[in-house]
Design a protein around this ligand. Structure first.
Ligand code: APR
Ligand code: ZN
Ligand code: ZN
Length: 361
């Protein structure tokens, strides 16, 4: 029997979100219905609401979530009712050219549920990132459910489903930060702070946090940065060079998504160093760099999609580290809010007052 539950809907471009009754179908083959326990508020939800992703309104927002599998459809073997799962937006297909080459973390044909959730009048909903978890229950592809240790707090665990994984993976997976590296992170919001944590986890010797907001820098220092630079106070490139023996950092992670901060990252890295872009730019942004510098400085200029994560590999491992006290995911939960608090949380996120607001059910 299809179920009627509450969901947070973005009805049209720029319009405030509202709670509506949504209809969640029974899971079909390869699908699962998940009872959501917690879901973080991410910039991408706001981008959907603003029409910045596509025009397929109405959206069912929410995608950084953890919950309990309630029911599964035919042929589902990877999860069963009662499993505690983090939802992911990289359910790998196993058959695309990336998967076939053994690089499933780049899968170009990820799975979502085939059936649509709807409003009561039958209007089909577009689920944010194929998840739609600002809802009491949501329908996803079974591969979007990654089973983890149920001892973890749902509010903290859910954050691995998007922003924290993006930042942590930018350092650990994409940047391949290793023991003894010097690392700079430009932009220390939720994503950049997670990159700081990832760099610490990977054994970086020096981790330089850069931001324009002293509060963000204080948090980054708490999470493992060894130095902080307020780039309003002076040239951050010079400051990073000064903190790295005049050389620049081995890995610089850009977690803002702007041309000027990308340039800072480009010039703040050592020769043959790595730049990782995890901040998401907007379509009108352009980058201009002397091509000779691109060649002459060598190294690698990389982008990090979802932290180049493989959920089945990374989520259970990171939850284990969290439960051992080695990864402070709780530090990202600035506040817990009810389902009707999403619109206000967007305002606080926009003002930079929180790392993450998390809806708990
Ligand atoms: N230099 C340094 N830091 C900056 C600058 C700048 N010029 N401009 C903004 N910042 C800082 C902000 O002060 C803030 O701390 O960047 C941080 C951005 O953090 P959030 O707004 O919390 O965003 P976050 O969730 O961390 O996402 C960062 O990654 O996934 C993408 O879409 C996301 O592009 C966004 C980026
Ligand atoms: Zn694939
Ligand atoms: Zn997100």
């Amino acid at each position: 029997m299809p179920q009627r539950v509450r969901g947070v809907i973005a009805p049209g471009k720029g319009a405030p979100v509202r709670i509506e009754t949504i209809v969640v179908p029974d899971p079909g083959p390869g699908e699962a219905v998940v009872k959501v326990q917690a879901c973080g508020v991410c910039h991408t939800d706001l981008h959907y609401r603003e029409g910045g992703i596509n025009d397929e309104f109405p959206f069912l927002l929410g995608h950084e979530a953890a919950g309990i599998v309630e029911s599964v459809g035919d042929g589902v073997t990877e999860v069963a009712p009662g499993d505690f799962v983090i939802l992911n937006w990289r359910a790998v297909c196993g058959q695309c050219r990336a998967c076939r080459r053994g690089r499933p973390q780049y899968c170009f044909n990820t799975h979502n549920a085939e059936q649509k959730m709807t409003l009561e009048d039958g209007t089909e909903l577009s689920a944010a990132l194929g998840i739609g978890a600002f809802a009491d229950k949501t329908l996803v592809a079974a591969g979007q459910c990654t089973k983890v240790d149920p001892a973890a707090s749902p509010a903290a665990a859910g954050l691995l489903g998007c922003g924290v994984m993006a930042g942590l993976g930018a350092a650990v997976n994409t940047g391949a930060v290793s023991r003894g590296d010097t690392v700079a992170v430009i932009g220390c919001g939720g994503v950049g702070s997670a990159a700081v944590m990832g760099a610490r986890l990977a054994g970086a010797a020096r981790i330089i946090a850069v931001d324009i907001d002293d509060n963000k820098l204080a948090t980054a220092l708490r999470l493992g940065a060894t130095h902080s630079v307020n780039s309003r106070a002076g040239d951050p490139v010079a400051a990073i060079q000064e903190l790295t023996g005049g050389n620049g950092a081995d890995v610089v992670i850009e977690a803002v998504g702007r041309p000027e901060t990308y340039k800072q990252a480009f010039y703040a890295r050592d020769l043959a160093g790595t730049v990782v872009l995890v901040g998401v730019p907007t379509p009108e942004m352009k980058l201009e760099l002397p091509l000779l510098d691109v060649f002459g400085r060598g190294g690698a200029l990389k982008s990090s999609w979802y932290g180049d994560c493989l959920p089945s590999r990374d989520f259970p491992m990171l939850i284990d580290l969290y439960l051992q006290g080695r990864l402070d995911l709780d530090a990202f939960v600035s506040e817990t809010i009810p389902l009707d608090g999403v619109e206000e949380a967007f305002v606080r996120m926009h003002k930079g007052e929180v790392l993450r607001s998390v809806v708990v059910f």
